[in-house]
Design a protein. Structure first.
Length: 210
């Protein structure tokens, strides 16, 4: 009997110690989380700002039946507006769309870290060979080309993290849309950079959501 009571007593003590340890871990985790949230709220991280600087069109041909071949180099800049927060660009894919339809393949941009107030500039190529275009978009695109102005949307899809001191946040979805008005047929609106290439200075602000 005494042996059984002793075992019960020791078991009760162990359970009590484990409960205290568990409670201490929970309290510590809560304090750490609270500190992180307070720091995050005080610093108020701002999302990066993107600008589409220019677009150089090497190829943009629509052939029957509604097949588009394109090769466009764009220059995009990103600025980190935060003075105490860094940004990790873990993944960035850029492509062009016309009337909400993707018309080029996705081009990957090299992952990078952007420090406080820093600016990054990328100049990727966007291309597609005989990409099928929806019939109604093919008709509209042909009409736009005949009138001389084609409106494209340059899109960036990726994942970012924010760095505050030694703390790094989880991944956030980054979605960027940059309008690009290309005036085909009138080379006076662009700079001729090759036999068939025209560079258009755009400098348009992009919408950014994180």
């Amino acid at each position: 009997m005494s042996s059984a009571k002793g075992c019960d007593k020791h078991g009760h003590k162990r359970r009590k110690i484990f409960r205290r340890i568990f409670a201490g871990i929970l309290i510590l985790a809560f304090i750490v989380l609270l500190v992180v949230l307070l720091v995050w709220a005080i610093l108020r991280p701002s999302k990066p700002r993107f600008i589409l600087q220019d677009a150089t069109v090497y190829t943009f041909n629509l052939s029957a039946p509604n097949l588009l071949t394109s090769n466009i180099q764009v220059t995009v800049s990103s600025r980190n507006p935060n003075d105490k927060i860094g940004i990790y660009y873990d993944r960035l894919d850029i492509y062009a769309s016309y009337r909400s339809q993707q018309i080029t393949l996705r081009t990957a941009i090299q992952p990078t870290y952007q420090g406080h107030k820093e600016i990054n500039v990328w100049s990727p190529f966007l291309f597609g060979n005989n990409v099928p275009v929806a019939p109604y978009n093919g008709l509209a695109l042909g009409q736009d080309q005949s009138t001389g102005t084609v409106f494209l949307m340059i899109k960036i899809d990726g994942r970012v993290r924010f760095k505050v001191g030694a703390f790094t946040s989880g991944r956030y979805h980054l979605y960027v849309q940059c309008p690009a008005y290309l005036t085909f047929g009138n080379r006076n609106t662009g700079i001729v950079v090759g036999a068939n290439a025209v560079k258009y200075q755009l400098v348009t602000s992009c919408s950014v959501s994180v």
